[in-house]
Design a protein around this ligand. Structure first.
Ligand SMILES: Cc1ncc(CN)c(N)n1
Length: 227
C-alpha cells in the first residue's frame, strides 16, 4: 500500500498547527477566558470567510470529473452552509447580532487575503487545487476541536465556548474533515512529485494563513489604514 499524501502533509504542517494550540485566542476558547468582544470579531469575520469558503466547494463540484467526487463536494458544501454556519448563527442570536449584520460584515485584510488566495488557486487550477485549498481549514479546526476537548472543563456548560469545542470535535465535523482528507488522497494518487510539491505548498500557505486569522481576531484587526 502506498503512503497517504495526507501523512506527508501532516509531517510538514504539524509545527504550524501545534502553534495554534499555543495561541491565546485558541487557549481562551478551551478554558473559557476568551474576551467576548474578540470572539464577536471572530464570529463576524468567520461568517463572511465561510461564505467564500462554501463557494470553493461549489467550484470543486463543478470541476469534479466523476459523480462520486461531485457528491462529496456537495456534501461538504451543505456541511458549511447548514451545519457549521448554524453554530455562528446561534452564537450571534445570543449576542443580539442579526443574520443580516453577520452577512454584511466587511471582510478584514487577512480574511480577504485568505479567501482570495484560495479562490484564485481554485479558479485557475483543477480540482486538486480546490481540495488542497480547503484542506487545512477543515482538518485544522477538527484538530483544534479535538485537542481542546481534552482540556479539563472545555466541554462543561460553564465554559461559554463549550458549543464551539463541541462542534469542531463532533463526530459530524470529524466526518467532514475525514471526507476532505480522503478526497485529497484520492486526487493525489499517482501524481508526479512536481505536482505533489505544488499541492503541499498550498496546504502550507493556507496553514500559515490560518495562524494569521487567529492573530487577526485576537487583535480585532480590520485594515491598517481605515477610511
Ligand atoms: C478561518 C477558518 N478556518 C477554518 C474553519 C473551519 N471550517 C473556519 N470556520 N474558519
Amino acid at each position: 500500500m502506498s503512503a497517504l499524501f495526507t501523512d506527508r502533509l501532516w509531517r510538514k504542517v504539524e509545527p504550524i498547527w501545534n502553534s495554534y494550540l499555543e495561541h491565546p485566542f485558541v487557549k481562551g476558547l478551551g478554558d473559557g477566558t476568551l474576551d467576548q468582544e474578540k470572539f464577536k470579531h471572530w464570529l463576524k469575520q468567520d461568517y463572511v470567510y465561510l461564505i467564500d469558503y462554501a463557494r470553493l466547494f461549489a467550484i470543486g463540484s463543478a470541476k469534479a470529473d466523476d459523480l462520486e467526487k461531485m457528491t462529496t463536494f456537495a456534501k461538504l458544501l451543505h456541511g458549511v452552509l447548514d451545519v457549521e454556519m448554524d453554530l455562528h448563527r446561534k452564537f450571534a442570536a445570543d449576542f443580539g447580532i442579526s443574520k443580516e449584520e453577520l452577512e454584511s460584515t466587511e471582510p478584514s485584510a487577512i480574511t480577504t487575503a485568505y479567501t482570495s488566495y484560495m479562490l484564485n488557486l481554485s479558479q485557475r487550477g483543477g480540482v486538486e487545487n480546490v481540495v488542497a485549498s480547503v484542506l487545512a481549514c477543515e482538518w485544522s479546526y477538527n484538530f483544534i476541536g479535538k485537542s481542546l476537548a481534552k482540556v479539563p472543563g472545555a466541554l462543561d456548560d460553564d465554559n461559554f465556548y463549550s458549543s464551539w469545542v463541541e462542534m469542531y470535535s463532533s463526530d459530524e465535523f470529524t466526518e467532514l474533515a475525514q471526507e476532505t482528507k480522503q478526497l485529497m488522497n484520492q486526487i493525489a494518487e499517482g501524481k508526479p512529485e512536481q505536482e505533489l510539491a505544488k499541492l503541499e505548498e498550498i496546504v502550507v500557505r493556507t496553514s500559515q494563513l490560518e495562524y494569521m486569522f487567529w492573530d487577526m481576531v485576537e487583535n480585532k484587526e480590520d485594515w491598517p489604514v481605515n477610511i
